[in-house]
Design a binder for this molecule. Sequence first.
Ligand code: DGL
Length: 277
Amino acid sequence: MSLFAHPGSIGVFDSGIGGLSVANAVSGLLPRESLLYVADNARAPYGARSREEIVAFSEQITRHLLAAGAKMIVVACNTATSLAIDHLRETFPEVPFVGLEPAVKPAASGRRIGVLATRATLTSPRYLALRERYLADRPVWENPCIGLVPIIEAEAPGSPVLSKKLRQILDPMLAGGIDTLVLGCTHYPMVREDIQAVCGPEVDIIDPAPAAARQVARLLERHDLSNAAPEGAENIGAPHYDFYTTGTAMPLLRSLSALPALQAHRRLLRPFFSLEA
Ligand code: DGL
């Protein structure tokens, strides 16, 4: 089975529900745009996968999104961006891509920095170069958050299992006195309130989704791909959202119902079984 054709939509993918934090920001900023979302739950988490696997999965999903008519691809996954976006840009030179990277540049206004990201992201040359460029002169605590993504997929925000795991991850960096925390995996903003509850209100938490949405808007303009109504035109039609998962639907359904800009579209969830696990 392939994705249903939906020309002119923005293709978004992640290993699971994390990219919804980005899709939500894109939808809020660009309400006229249609979205086509693939959650690769069957092969998640990506963070423990090899570079070769992440590149192959990212290329495969991108091909499906483009075949369905996507005009742009948002790699709504820090892990896939860190390891595969250069390959994607080389393989599909005519396609605009927006990636998600740990927001270390905005974090440079803090003095003691925590970074949460997957192991694959934290060891990638892209992340190491960013850290060297913006944070080399201050203490940085990193944690690869082993096991956190499956808990975020399985548990609703507020669950005791989730807060226990977050305390294990965050306690050492809080003991180190961090004042700024970078959410370097798109799954983590989905449980931002749980993270803030463990950190306390004085820690500044940085989610890159709003900046990524602004970059989507800029690239659409630059490539003349915006779905804005021309001057004086009537309504050009309601946007259309499709959400696909390669695995179980429950995490997506639960998350969509919690996201204001996307929740009206949650019935358009479809299974997508053509990717090999
Ligand atoms: N949401 C992803 C990220 O931003 C991937 C998490 C995973 O599958 O390990 O890194």
